[in-house]
Design a protein around this ligand. Structure first.
Ligand code: PLP
Length: 266
């Protein structure tokens, strides 16, 4: 095969504001010199403030889109974002089951930055029983961690319970926690724990989680190990957020091409 960029299969939803979802994924993966292959799972009606509707695509059509890509090109990583409902989650789990050699970055998207519910409750069970066991790395924010692992008292125990389900790594993002700085914590299978601390940026952001998970997937696709990918992807995301801009009336979005020479920076 001729020289090419590493391929990342992206399975996620569309956010027409361009802040989060597939547009965020495509931008972050492209910015890190990998090639995104986008498979849309859901359409949303959404602006930079909140979402008002989520429309799922037929599971068979999602599988057909992904299969066409998987049969055409080598895929170095799979990034999963919004799935929307249990039927889509199960169809994607079947697909992953047939491609267990490909690393999977699973962002368990349940709620929009503005607070709207993006996924049916029944998806949670499919995440726990079918998808998390197949994840190389799971990237919940603090509130998703509490939803996925409601029982234990401490976040460490909550994350450990998700690792016990089969996720090799769990990165808990702390931007939504009430702390002066942002602490992201990476939990590994053998009890490894790494805490990353970032200064808290001034605005509310749309698409930060999508950007981070996609950056991790792109770097894994380049051959980086998970810990290096997580470290570099956080730096990339934080820099993109630091130069974030407000395209509409609501949240800020990351400037995912801040590193281009002609990108205007404010
Ligand atoms: N995917 C879609 C389609 C979305 O609309 C959203 C949020 O609105 C997300 C993912 C998650 O966004 P964030 O990266 O802000 O967590």
């Amino acid at each position: 095969m001729t020289n090419r960029l590493p391929n990342v299969l992206v399975i996620s939803g569309n956010d027409p504001s361009g802040g989060a979802g597939m547009a965020a994924d495509i931008q972050a993966i492209t910015a890190l010199s990998a090639h995104p292959a986008p498979v849309i799972t859901t359409l949303t009606v959404q602006d930079t403030q909140n979402a008002s509707a989520v429309v799922p695509i037929e599971p068979d059509l999602i599988v057909d889109q992904a299969t066409a890509v998987l049969e055409d090109m080598p895929i170095e990583a799979i990034k999963i974002g919004l799935l929307g409902n249990a039927a889509i989650g199960s169809a994607v789990a079947d697909l992953l089951q047939d491609h267990k050699n490909i690393p999977v970055v699973l962002d368990p998207v349940l709620v929009a930055a503005g607070g709207a519910q993006l996924a049916e409750k029944s998806l949670i069970d499919v995440l726990l029983t079918r998808l998390i066991p197949l994840a190389t790395i799971l990237t919940p924010n603090d509130s998703e961690l509490h939803t996925l692992a409601p029982a234990p008292d401490a976040d460490d125990e909550r994350a450990a319970s998700l690792v016990a389900l089969g996720a090799r790594w769990v990165l808990v993002k702390g931007a939504d926690a009430d702390t002066p700085e942002v602490h992201n914590t990476l939990y590994g299978t053998d009890g490894d724990v790494e805490v990353y601390t970032w200064s808290r940026l001034p605005h509310a952001y749309h698409g930060s989680g999508c950007t981070l998970a996609s950056a991790i997937a792109a770097l894994i696709a380049h051959g980086e190990d998970v810990v290096d990918a997580v470290t570099a992807a956080q730096r990339y995301t934080w820099e993109a957020l630091r130069r974030g801009f407000q395209p509409g009336k609501g949240q800020f979005v990351p400037h995912r091409f801040f590193h281009l020479p002609e990108a205007p920076l404010k």
